[in-house]
Design a protein around this ligand. Structure first.
Ligand SMILES: [Zn+2]
Length: 150
């Protein structure tokens, strides 16, 4: 019995372990991750921030101490007029207010701990958001090099 010609089959397994190169999915976070990847910015997702800041950063560059939060327009009370009447509901704006105060407090703790905190809105163009993040990452990398050279 003849077997199938194996030529061309050898490379079939090559894609295993490279799936990090393909950021799938829809939604603003996936779009932002793809935009960052296009710029060659390697990042971590759902990064648990250290010690007294019990918070998960949507994206992080831990070595440079850059934390990125993708703010949901609804919860963070986006100033853009694209939000509908949902935000008028008293209960939800109260919740959003609590969330905002909590986040402001943990932002301050992060700053005190030497982290840079970047907030981007989910409605933002992912390429513009990635540009904003890239700027901070560049600054931090530069800062670290300068400090290291001293
Ligand atoms: Zn918005």
């Amino acid at each position: 019995m003849e077997t199938v010609d194996p030529v061309g089959a050898a490379g079939e397994g090559v894609h295993e372990g490279t799936q990090e190169n393909a950021i799938g999915g829809a939604g603003p976070l996936a779009a932002l991750r793809r935009a960052l990847q296009d710029r060659g910015l390697r990042h971590q997702t759902a990064y648990r921030l250290p010690h007294d800041v019990p918070r998960i950063a949507d994206l992080a560059f831990p070595e440079l101490k850059v934390a990125v939060f993708l703010d949901r327009c609804f919860w963070r009370e986006c100033p853009e007029p694209h939000l509908d009447e949902r935000t008028d509901a008293g209960h939800w704006s109260e919740e959003a207010g609590r969330e905002r105060r909590r986040n402001a407090l943990s932002d301050r703790r992060l700053f005190a701990d030497g982290w840079a905190v970047v907030h981007v809105w989910e409605h933002q163009d992912p390429r513009r958001a990635a540009e904003q993040i890239a700027e901070v990452v560049r600054d931090r990398a530069l800062m670290r090099r300068e400090r290291g050279a001293r």
